[in-house]
Design a protein around this ligand. Structure first.
Ligand code: DUC
Ligand code: ZN
Ligand code: ZN
Length: 470
């Protein structure tokens, strides 16, 4: 049997091991691990490089309706292209149910936008904003059976937030179906109160985004989300955790025996609330929720990555252009922070930032990097063992990294549809140079050789990380 592709001479890393090994690929699948493989139609020499599972980014927003007159900067073509250049082979965007809309209808729209346009594989989480009896009783269970095995609920944003009773009812569907509920934890009433107070004092600059969404609002909601999950007796994912107090709540819940998956993101390691104070409204570039905090909270998030509290490191890529009337500087957003669209780009820089700041600087080892960015992502969201690791029988989704590459992050060299990067000017060591999706070389030595449409929608099973915990 001739192999289609052999990757030779590299250092392979999985979530548990780092070893020297060649990889043989046939029909898109890893079929051999060893030495002196072949013959093969093509051999890629990976000497001096790391050979890692393609990144899986389970927290990405693409083409999501974001309010009147506001347009997200990425569709599926630019969003997945950017993800690919950042070493990812699968991303999980959200499908937002708008009020009054059925989830099926929402999904039909997202699939139509994605079909034939993706450079990576994709799969969808559902955002439940209108948990009617029909949605809870019929739609959601049928969708879980069809492979949409995770949904997100919001505790904040008027029009999107669910009250506690609605969250309990949604969690109950998860308990019955085995699906996973992800929760955005911020106390909406507290935030609304603080926004009112800031406006009354005439404080409407971007910096107010941080002071109206304090740590206590996130900590309280994190505790409440896990308590609601405890009442229903269901696992829960706490997404985009930004601070030490919320981390402490997660540790306490786990000590009580609760099954909690937790995620943090690059913005909580690299940005602070001071970034929101930029001149001429530039702080709008850093408006995301929860907001960036301070150095102490950054350190707490690093600690959570190092000692194992965090299972997932995701981008929360939620891109809006800055200098654009449909983006951050929309007419209302340019006058008042509360109208600045919430979210920042980062799908392409997630892996290089964690590699450089985490692995190169000795905070986490290479296997922990792989676990946080690929293996756990696949396990939590029902893609494992087909994705997220390098093993016989797994999809040949592989990123070959030059661990010594020196780059300075410049938006001009990135591939998303935004017009800035929050990490502009950050010097990093290490970058993925060749990216392979299902055995097909998509990026070769930094150059795009794959085509849009090479990525496909992937239906998912239930979470194996949760199942493994009993
Ligand atoms: N929550 C997200 O997960 N992403 C962007 C904005 C938000 O509130
Ligand atoms: Zn969120
Ligand atoms: Zn998000």
């Amino acid at each position: 049997m001739d192999l289609d592709l052999v990757i030779s001479g590299g250092t392979v890393a999985t979530a548990s091991d780092v070893f020297s090994c060649d990889i043989g690929i046939k029909d898109g699948i890893i079929v051999q691990l060893g030495h002196d493989l072949g013959p093969a139609k093509e051999t890629i020499d990976a000497t001096g490089h790391y050979v890692l599972p393609g990144g899986i980014d389970s927290h990405v927003h693409i083409a999501q309706p974001s309010g009147e007159g506001i347009v997200m900067a990425d569709g599926f073509e630019s969003g997945t292209r950017s993800a690919l250049f950042g070493g990812n082979t699968t991303i999980l965007p959200f499908c937002l149910q708008e009020k009054g809309q059925s989830l099926r209808e929402a999904l039909t729209g997202y699939h139509a936008l994605a079909e034939g346009n993706c450079y990576t594989d994709i799969s969808f989480h559902l955002i439940v904003s209108d948990p009617t009896a029909a949605v809870l009783g019929q739609e959601l269970p049928a969708l879980v059976a069809d492979g949409y095995t995770s949904f997100k609920v919001f505790m904040t944003y008027e029009g999107l937030r669910l009250n506690d009773a609605e969250i309990l009812a949604t969690m109950d569907v998860a308990r019955r179906t085995g699906a996973l509920v992800m929760v955005h934890c911020e106390n909406e009433d507290a935030i609304a109160y603080l926004i009112g107070r800031h406006e009354a004092e005439g404080e409407v600059r971007p910096r107010a985004h941080a002071t109206t969404r304090p740590v206590a609002a996130e900590r309280e909601a994190t505790h409440r989300a896990m308590s609601l999950a405890e009442i229903v007796d269901v696992p829960v994912v706490i997404v985009h955790v930004s601070n030490g107090a919320a981390i402490e709540e997660i540790r306490r819940a786990r000590a009580r025996g609760r099954k909690v998956v937790s995620e943090t993101c690059p913005q909580y390691l690299m940005l602070t609330a001071a970034d929101l104070e930029g001149m001429d409204w530039e702080g709008a570039k850093f408006v995301c929720s929860p907001p960036p905090r301070d150095e102490t909270e950054q350190e707490a998030c690093w600690n959570g990555l190092e000692e194992g509290t965090f299972d997932l490191f995701s981008s929360d890529h939620c891109p809006f252009r800055y200098d654009d009337p449909e983006g951050k500087l929309n007419p209302k957003g340019a006058a008042n922070f509360r109208h600045i669209p919430n979210g920042i780009p980062g799908v392409e820089t997630r892996l290089p930032i964690l590699f450089s700041e985490g692995v190169v600087k000795g905070r986490i080892d290479l296997s922990r990097f792989v676990a946080l960015t690929a293996t756990n992502q696949a396990k939590v969201y029902g893609l494992y063992p087909q994705k997220g690791t390098i093993a016989i029988g797994a999809d040949a989704d592989i990123a070959i990294w030059d661990p010594t590459a020196q780059r300075t992050i410049r938006h001009a060299e990135l591939h998303d549809g935004a017009d800035y990067s929050p990490y502009e000017g950050l010097a990093v060591t290490g970058w993925p140079t060749t990216v392979i999706l299902g055995g097909k070389v998509m990026i070769r030595e930094g150059a795009l050789v794959g085509a849009k449409g090479d990525g496909a929608y992937r239906s998912r099973g239930l979470s194996s990380l949760i199942a493994a915990r009993g």
